[in-house]
Design a protein around this ligand. Structure first.
Ligand SMILES: Cc1ncc(COP(=O)(O)O)c(C=O)c1O
Length: 427
């Protein structure tokens, strides 16, 4: 029996770390009761200012420093809407990061456009702004960056690039409620930025999303496209748009308002704990946090990615280290780093009889992602990436110290871990 929990020793962490998620309090119950008694459970029943959804839109947009917010049914729908609202149409290309969630690609496909993958930056795990320009073609209509985990992408470089090329910048902000770049909320900096309120997110409402924008023309299109009847008090687009109904219910709007009262404190607590963890990791060879650019003035996060450097950890494999960490009672994973172009949606490209939008009629050329390769994405996904989920950071600071104790213990018993790895390889 060894010292490591993986080899039969006692784990460092005996109980749960962080906080249970999602949370709620009396205010949620009160607001839900108010919605119930109103008998008006959809925003179209209201003069806007009376609607819980309207109030949530205003509160969330203000929190992220945006002039407008349009609440929708899910974050993925929000991305589709954002792309349409900035003018992406069938046959266009949209540049996205190679490592992220599948609906980033399927949102592009759903509007009839082609996803074009760009490798990620090893410092931040976000789209590598230096590699975007080479991917721009005459068909490119937008860059959709993802603030991966919640770490803002390089907004200065991306904004300069899209403006120079006359294309749009869309943000997938599903992980980044509260994150700021140079003191400004993400989502407000892009032409349109889509957030998710799915049940595990930093604002967890079961389902839901919101698209933020500072542009009046984009707001008009977003609102018109998400609500087929239009609404009292909101501007109607000049042209009739082929809209559908993607609205958020008043129930979710009420939960959103209640969540807003807790959000600033949660963001501050997560960030303080992340700083403590990062400082501790910096003293242990072979592990480190992501690069925290000083322009990231607030780092809120859904997934906290960090790095394992096997060469500095006695040649141990990342997956071996991960197994040892979990055995010590620390819940960890590899986050959202898998190469998206390997997803069967992209490799099979089977969309039915006409195969729209993968067919050559739309793009003028057949699409084929099967030979695609982004070296940094592949390396990071296979050997380096580690992650913690955001509720871990809602506990007391001592929970960060326990995580660090676990990492230090593994480091101290690396020879034992090596021996375990060898037995596993032989098994
Ligand atoms: C990066 C990213 N974008 C978009 C979404 C989609 O959000 P939703 O589940 O609300 O559609 C998710 C969900 O996990 C995500 O991780």
């Amino acid at each position: 029996m060894g010292k490591l929990a993986l080899t039969g020793g006692a784990p460092v962490v005996a109980g749960p770390l962080g906080a249970a998620w999602p949370v709620y309090d009396e205010r949620d119950e009160e607001l839900l009761r108010d919605v119930l008694h109103s008998r008006s459970w959809t925003r179209s029943k209201f003069q806007d200012a009376e609607s819980w959804v309207w109030r949530f839109e205003d509160a969330f947009a203000e929190f992220q420093d945006a002039r407008h917010g349009v609440a929708v049914a899910t974050g993925s729908i929000g991305m589709e809407l954002a792309l349409k609202a900035v003018g992406v149409e069938p046959g266009d290309e949209v540049i996205i990061p190679a490592a992220t969630w599948i609906t980033v690609a399927t949102a592009v496909i759903a509007v009839g456009a082609a996803p074009v993958f760009v490798d990620i930056d090893p410092g931040t795990y976000n789209i590598d702004a230096d590699k975007v320009e080479a991917a721009i073609t005459p068909r490119t209509r937008a860059v959709m960056c993802v603030h991966n985990g919640g770490m803002p992408a390089d907004m200065d470089a991306l904004r300069e690039l899209v403006d120079r090329h006359g294309i749009a910048l869309v943000g997938d902000c599903a992980h980044a409620h509260g994150s700021q770049w140079r003191g400004r909320g993400v989502g407000a900096i892009e032409d349109a930025g889509a957030f998710s309120f799915q049940g595990s997110k930093v604002v967890a409402l079961g389902e839901g999303g919101m698209v933020l924008t500072d542009r009046d023309d984009v707001q008009e299109r977003l609102f018109g496209l998400h609500h087929v009847n239009g609404a009292n008090g909101r501007p109607k687009p000049e042209r009739s748009l082929p809209a559908t109904n993607l609205r958020m219910t008043e129930w979710i709007g009420a939960l959103g308002l209640a969540a807003m009262a807790r959000l600033p404190e949660q963001v501050a607590l997560r960030e303080a704990n992340a700083r403590r963890l990062m400082a501790g990791l910096a003293e242990i060879p072979g592990v480190e946090g992501l690069t925290w650019d000083p322009r990231v003035t607030r780092w809120s996060f859904y997934i906290w990615h960090w790095r394992f450097i096997g060469a500095e950890f006695d040649g141990i494999q990342r997956d071996t280290f991960l197994a040892a960490l979990k055995a010590e009672g620390v819940p960890a994973s590899t986050g959202q780093t898998a190469p998206l172009y390997r997803n069967p949606v992209l490799t099979d490209m089977d969309c039915g009889r006409t195969n729209y939008p993968f067919n050559a009629q739309v793009y003028g050329q057949a699409l084929d992602y099967r030979g695609f390769h982004c070296p940094e994405t592949e390396r990071i996904a296979a050997t380096e990436a580690l992650s913690f989920s955001h509720p871990l950071f809602l506990g007391p600071p001592e929970h960060m110290d326990l995580v660090l104790d676990a990492v230090r213990k593994i480091r101290e018993h690396v020879a034992e871990l090596h021996a375990w790895e060898v037995t596993q390889a032989g098994a």
